[in-house]
Design a protein around this ligand. Structure first.
Ligand code: MN
Length: 228
């Protein structure tokens, strides 16, 4: 096949303890999945209607790499999140079989241009400019579920310049991993290679140039980087 432009290489994420890499198909995200975070954003806690949005696959920034402070914002926020990597997918996946589609788990930042999000919310406009910008998804290596199991409890934390900013247990999620996969699959046909950001706990705040961040998901995954 000849293309007018050479196709871009796939976004590839490291797999912990391995030389193979995980090629990213799509990035899905759920919003307002921890009650305290929904409240701090002034939003209602809604256990019936999950809020989903997407980021482009090439928004991923590898563990240890610098993150350029993005254009068009004066209020870049961190949101530390557990990230689920799928090895297979489908449409209308049952809750009971959802975990069978999980390849592994990682920790990432759902970086957010909070000023643009506030503007979008006020005007009833889409969140793309607030969420789906370049370099908006720093991500750790993926730990295979065959090594980590499917964690029901794990501490999710973010330190910035050594100071604790966010900490919660993943058991506090309003929609579990199985429920998220089920709900997403009623809207989109999921595929192996998809990543799912599973929502952030309370404590979101601004990042500045020069900040060093350290995100952890228990002893499963860790992410380090700097805003430059
Ligand atoms: Mn988020």
């Amino acid at each position: 096949m000849n293309y007018v432009l050479a196709p871009p290489p796939p976004t590839a994420v490291a797999v912990a303890g391995s030389n193979v890499r995980f090629a990213v198909h799509r990035i899905y995200c759920i919003g307002r999945n921890y009650a305290e975070h929904a409240r701090e954003m002034g939003a209602a806690v809604d256990r019936g209607n999950p809020l989903f949005f997407c980021k482009p696959a090439d928004a991923v920034v590898a563990d240890g790499a610098d993150v350029r402070y993005p254009q068009a914002t004066a209020d870049l926020h961190h949101e530390v999140e557990m990230v689920v990597a799928l090895q297979s997918g489908g449409a209308n996946i049952a809750v009971d079989s959802a975990l069978g589609h999980v390849f592994g788990y990682a920790v990432g930042l759902d970086l957010t241009r909070r000023d643009l999000q506030a503007l979008a919310k006020a005007k009833g406009m889409p969140w793309d400019a607030a969420k789906a910008f370049d370099h908006s998804a720093p991500l750790s290596a993926i730990r295979r579920a065959s090594e980590s199991g499917h964690p029901q409890h794990a501490e999710l934390s973010l330190r910035v310049n050594g100071q604790l900013r966010q900490r919660a247990d993943i058991s506090e999620m309003l929609f579990s991993v199985s429920q998220i996969i089920h709900e997403l699959s009623t809207l989109f046909e999921l595929k192996g290679g998809d990543l799912i950001f599973t929502g952030t706990p309370a404590g979101v705040a601004a990042l500045a140039r020069g900040d060093q961040f350290n995100a952890r998901l228990g002893d499963i995954a860790a992410l380090n980087g700097a805003i430059v």
